[in-house]
Design a protein around this ligand. Structure first.
Ligand code: HAM
Length: 430
């Protein structure tokens, strides 16, 4: 017999953890709806070209993608992130032709990167992301950051820091790349082989190299802020003004470039500055992308978005004492005694239709053991179906807190149950 383990860098969401994911998804979705975002679901794999775009120099694209082919011809890749698939869908479905832009979408689900697994970093991980595509305004950048910020506040994260920078427009980045290349060229043989490739392909990537991060040459690198042209500077200032107006604290980090190639103008990362996320403290991150929609054959419109790592969110929320697994519990438990046929199932279904989370007894068990189940479930009400009462079309309802029990006709059952539940809910809210 063979025994298997889950692949390295993955994990099982066991039933006790699933409750936390469900709760987290519910919180994030409701806040996204509040900001006018609607859900989009794109495939978990796409044509490799959706992610591996021409001249892409990022590690994610060049080193970390799970790429496969089923017939030796087509190449597919498990999505390493959500943005590219959402933009592909925006273009394919001609969302750009909708009268109201931007189109605001959120998504969540598994992403795949062949990274070195460690605490808070996995090969299959869950992201919750938003994309607002089809318009460009500093207000949208700030609103997007505010949305993410309100999500992590809702989860009880207190010690977070927004780091923000601008990569400017095409002209500014071209200037900057030239400056950086000239700066690094004399030292290039002291840097890692990846950085030697990066110098030619995109010297910006040298700035987020983990191998060379502590090399002395990194200390005095030219900063992008000195290469921004006037329109880019003005745009960035407006984004910061909006954040000030929203009272979102941030620090400008002139060295922040982000690890993906598609960003233009605003880039940001939000990290937790205490807690046990260790080196993986970035909770959510994103920015603006001007060229991605047109790359996929759409019009020259811009997008903005971010994604958050759900495992990190859960870990940090729990550190702060937020109880994600306090899911709604059974409210009504339907007990049965004697030969009552399918009535427990029918009554449980009726209770659920009335809006109560309901469970029921389906085996022949003593009343004592069923009452124990009621206690364990925390149900507010026990409905007791007895063979002799049922013959008279009657049923018992017991308030589990006051221990009061009443017998009502089946016709009166729904009203009586509603009344007791209402009283209990009032009692609980006192
Ligand atoms: P990213 O910075 O690559 O950006 O990932 C966003 C977040 O996903 C990270 O801040 C982190 O919380 C989480 N994350 C990334 N990799 C891992 C991993 N291996 N294990 C656990 N969590 C991870 C993006 O993915 C962009 N698509 C964000 C974006 C949306 N930009 C514009 N729109």
């Amino acid at each position: 017999m063979k025994s298997y383990q889950n692949p390295k860098g993955t994990y099982d969401v066991r039933p006790d953890m699933a409750a936390k994911y469900q709760q987290l998804e519910g919180i994030l979705e409701s806040i996204a709806h509040f900001y006018g975002y609607e859900e989009i679901r794109t495939p978990i794999f796409e044509d490799t070209g959706v992610f591996k775009r021409e001249n892409d120099s990022s590690d994610m694209v060049n080193k970390e993608m799970y790429t496969f082919s089923m017939n030796g011809k087509d190449s597919f890749t498990l999505r390493p992130e959500g943005t590219a698939g959402v933009v592909r869908s925006y273009v394919q479905n001609k969302y750009y032709a909708l009268a109201d832009q931007p189109v605001k979408m959120y998504y969540y689900g598994p992403m795949f990167r062949h990274e070195h697994p460690q605490k808070g970093r996995y090969r299959q991980f869950e992201q919750f992301g938003i994309e607002s595509i089809g318009a460009k305004s500093p207000m949208l950048d700030a609103e997007g950051i505010a949305l993410g910020y309100s999500m992590i506040k809702a989860l009880g994260l207190k010690n977070v820091r927004v780091r923000i920078n601008s990569l400017g427009d095409d002209e500014s980045r071209k200037n900057y790349r030239e400056k950086l290349a000239a700066y690094f060229r004399p030292h290039i043989h002291e840097l890692c082989t990846d950085c030697q490739r990066r110098l030619e392909q995109n010297p910006l990537r040298i700035l987020d190299c983990k191998v060379d991060a502590d090399h002395p040459v990194m200390k005095d690198v030219p900063l992008i802020s000195d290469s921004l042209n006037e329109p880019s500077k003005a745009y960035f200032k407006e984004v910061l003004d909006c954040l000030d107006a929203l009272e979102i604290p941030y620090v400008i980090d002139p060295k922040l470039v982000r690890g993906l190639d598609y960003y233009t103008d605003t880039v940001f990362e939000v990290e937790n500055i205490t807690g046990n996320a260790g080196a993986q403290a970035t909770v959510f991150a994103g920015g603006r992308y001007d060229g991605l929609v047109s790359y996929f054959g759409g019009p020259d419109v811009s997008g903005f978005g971010f994604a958050m790592g759900m495992e990190r969110l859960i870990m940090l929320a729990e550190d702060e004492g937020t109880k994600l697994d306090e899911m709604p519990k059974t409210e009504v438990y339907v007990m049965s005694l004697g030969n009552v046929g399918t009535k427990p199932l029918e009554i449980a279904t009726e209770c659920r239709a009335l809006g109560y989370i309901t469970d029921f007894n389906y085996a022949s068990r003593s009343l004592k053991s069923q009452f124990k189940t009621v206690e364990r479930s925390g149900a507010k009400v026990a409905v007791i179906i007895g063979e002799s009462e049922l013959a008279d079309n009657k049923i018992n309802i017991k308030n589990n807190r006051t221990k009061e029990q009443i017998t009502v006709s089946l016709d009166e059952f729904a009203d009586a149950l509603d009344r007791i539940m209402e009283e209990e809910n009032e009692e609980n809210s006192l």
